[in-house]
Design a protein. Structure first.
Length: 236
């Protein structure tokens, strides 16, 4: 595919596919050009640099997340749906969370996601700094869970016998830890991950709801955040 027949959207979509397969470390203009049957120089012509391509791809992925109207569904159902769909998105694109930890990913996709997040927790009744922290709490839970899952999956794929043996020896010294580890021996990993995520999600929503009823710690209060601080509040 010649450079003049390519456009930026095609390059970004192909980059997302490559990132899904190979991760950020596996992304290169040479590999991308091969996928598009085009010269690597054409990739630079359309997107400028690898760093910029990662940013464009990540922001495009944020645009995949479905947004449920809290006015129709209720704030808690909308928050639950957003957290679940965000988690599903980062599972489909496991490079996304590591990418946003090393690149400043900000564009229409992220802004759309953040604006909707603020709308949900504003509908719940949060204001000012508490609104920022509610948005940040939900985002941090999803991103942190996804990162931990990815780390554990990588460790499971590696399975170096000496490391596993050493870990078992360490765990054996701590009875509570040993008991809990042994309890997962025959558990289905996918089912366990789903239960873990559901527990954390509902616990966060319960806590936020309790805070709205005045049952939590003292409110942060304060004036509504400026546009700059508000945009940063939901970023990792």
């Amino acid at each position: 595919m010649a450079r003049e027949r390519l456009n930026r959207d095609q390059v970004v979509e192909a980059a997302i596919e490559l990132l899904d397969d190979e991760g950020v470390d596996g992304l290169s203009m040479r590999r991308l050009g091969k996928r598009l049957n085009s010269a690597p120089t054409a990739m630079y012509w359309h997107i400028g640099s690898k760093e910029n391509l990662v940013v464009l791809a990540a922001d495009r992925v944020w645009g995949e997340i479905e947004l449920r109207d809290p006015a129709e569904a209720g704030w808690r159902a909308a928050a639950r749906a957003l957290m679940r769909d965000t988690y599903a998105t980062v599972e489909r694109h496991p490079w996304l969370v590591p990418a946003i930890s090393t690149h400043f990913v900000y564009g229409p996709g992220m802004a759309r996601f953040q604006n909707h997040s603020y709308g949900i927790y504003e509908a719940a009744g949060f204001q000012g700094r508490d609104l920022d922290w509610a948005v940040n709490t939900a985002f941090t839970f999803v991103a942190g869970t996804a990162l931990l899952d990815a780390t554990r999956a990588a460790a499971a794929r590696a399975k170096p016998s000496d490391v596993v043996q050493r870990a078992d020896e360490i765990v054996a010294q701590y009875p509570r830890l040993r008991e809990r580890m042994e309890s997962f021996g025959d558990a289905d990993p996918a089912e366990t991950l789903g239960q873990k995520f559901a527990f954390g999600l509902e616990t966060i929503l319960d806590g936020l709801e309790a805070r709205l009823r005045g049952e939590g710690a003292g409110s942060g209060g304060g004036a509504t955040a400026t546009a700059e601080s508000a945009s940063r509040a939901a970023l990792p």
